[in-house]
Design a protein around this ligand. Structure first.
Ligand SMILES: [Zn+2]
Ligand SMILES: [Zn+2]
Length: 332
């Protein structure tokens, strides 16, 4: 049904495309509000999380993407994004791949990171890993020579920002954390490596974002001191409240990505749509959780991401909204 709608829509002139999108959005009563765990906050809450990963996320992607090129764009974007977040005083959660904390790394007996366990070969919805070694792409050099794989300089800029951002965890090397495609020793070893790398900056990791949104191993996350995790939303859950899992972890689903859906659609429509999410969070005193890849293309960065954070800052200044980072949910 959705595909059919998209095909029909594609034949309409642009202004009618936008109109039809808005009508369908309203007919479906979007964004979808979920009353589960109903516990309204004092005011609406917006959380923004960034999957900060440079070249690590895309190397096994089934879509043949140029992961080095994406990493370079991410590097260009991060300082620009931080500057804007500073101006608007918006803190966000940087879910950071652990390898980015390193200044450099070396091969040991011809092997990258012999101290780390490897996943077994697997395939999931987005990636396929069926040959070679998990760390084959690791250049085993320094961040100056291979800036696509390390980011100590960018992490310093984040930490020295006027706004207090959160540095969170996105696994050490962008692993699939599902129980199906991992095993407990692998996860424990991975989490220990992340915590170790972050500790050198005085960072205690509290929140976790599942790479590729493949969730699992919640008890091990809890055991390693994590308090908040980001879940993949589903079609029925966009604006809502956090869920406390049996082991005490706080899980919050995402609402929408800045850079995932509807690329090529009219950006003014996307701005209109994302503002609706914020308005619903305000009305329901619930959470709206946006996320994005900092490698987002420039068109969406300038015309969508910046527009929306300006809107968020305006609503926050009017007293309608609070802007939090993921780990703040632990104290609410
Ligand atoms: Zn390495
Ligand atoms: Zn990722």
């Amino acid at each position: 049904m959705k595909n059919l709608y998209n095909k029909v829509r594609a034949f309409l002139p642009e202004h009618l495309q936008i109109l039809s999108s808005k009508i369908v959005f309203k007919l479906l009563n979007k964004p979808l509000y979920d009353r589960a765990n109903y516990k309204p906050f004092e005011k609406g809450i917006v959380i923004i999380s960034a999957d900060f990963e440079l070249a690590w996320a895309w190397r096994y992607s089934k879509r043949k993407v140029d992961y080095l090129e994406l990493a370079r764009r991410e590097r260009e974007n991060v300082p620009i994004i931080l500057k804007k977040l500073n101006e608007l005083e918006i803190p966000i959660t940087w879910a950071t791949v652990g390898h980015l904390f390193l200044n450099s790394c070396q091969k040991c007996n011809g092997r990258a990171h012999p101290e780390l366990l490897r996943p077994n070969y697997f395939e999931n919805h987005y990636w396929v890993y069926n040959s070679g070694d998990w760390f084959d792409v690791d250049p085993c050099g320094s961040y100056k020579a291979y800036p696509e794989f390390y980011a100590p300089d960018l992490i310093e800029i984040i930490l020295n920002s006027k706004v207090k951002h959160e540095i969170a965890c996105h696994s050490f090397s962008h692993l699939d954390y599902s129980n199906k495609n991992s095993y407990p020793e692998l996860i424990e070893n991975d989490l220990a490596a992340c915590k170790d790398a972050a500790k050198k900056y005085g960072i205690e990791l509290k929140s976790f974002v599942f790479p590729g949104n493949f969730a699992g191993n919640f008890d091990l996350l809890k055991k390693h001191g994590f308090q908040v995790v980001r879940y993949k939303s589903n079609e029925f859950k966009e604006i809502g409240y956090p869920e406390i899992l049996d082991n005490g972890l706080i899980a919050i689903h995402d609402s929408l990505a800045f850079d995932q859906s509807e690329i090529g659609w009219d950006v003014n429509y996307l701005v209109w749509k994302m503002e609706k999410y914020i308005q619903k969070a305000i009305n329901k005193r619930a959470i709206c959780h946006f996320w994005f890849h900092p490698s987002i293309d420039k068109r969406l960065l300038d015309n969508l991401f910046f527009k929306i954070i300006e809107y968020i800052s305006l609503e926050r200044d009017k007293g309608n909204l609070e802007v939090l980072v993921m780990k703040d949910l632990d104290r609410l």
